[in-house]
Design a protein. Structure first.
Length: 96
C-alpha cells in the first residue's frame, strides 16, 4: 500500500477550503494525537488496552484520510504488544 502524505492536506482542504494556516495547525494537532495514541498503545498492559488504542488510532487516521496509517492500525489490533508494529506505526506517522 502506497503512502500518500498529501491525503491529509487534501482532506482538510476539502473541509476547510483554502486556509493554509488552519490546515497546518490541524495537521500538527493530528500528528500529535497520533503520536500520543501510539504511546498509549505501546504502554498498554493487556491485549484489550492494545486493541482499544489501535482502534482509536484507526478512527483518527480515517478522520484525516491517512489510509496507510489506518491499515497499519487495523493490523496492530491483531498483533498485541508487538514492538515491531509500534515501530511501523511511528514510521507511518513520521512520513505524514
Amino acid at each position: 500500500m502506497a503512502y500518500d502524505p498529501g491525503a491529509i492536506d487534501a482532506t482538510l482542504a476539502a473541509a476547510l477550503g483554502d486556509e493554509p494556516t488552519l490546515i497546518a495547525e490541524l495537521r500538527v494537532a493530528f500528528v500529535g494525537s497520533a503520536e500520543r495514541t501510539i504511546a498509549a498503545i505501546e504502554a498498554a498492559t493487556d491485549d484489550a488496552g492494545w486493541a482499544l488504542g489501535a482502534s482509536r488510532l484507526k478512527g483518527l487516521a480515517a478522520s484525516f484520510g491517512a489510509v496507510r496509517l489506518m491499515a497499519l492500525a487495523s493490523e496492530a489490533a491483531e498483533a498485541p504488544r508487538d514492538a515491531e508494529m509500534v515501530r511501523k506505526l511511528r514510521r507511518a506517522v513520521a512520513r505524514l
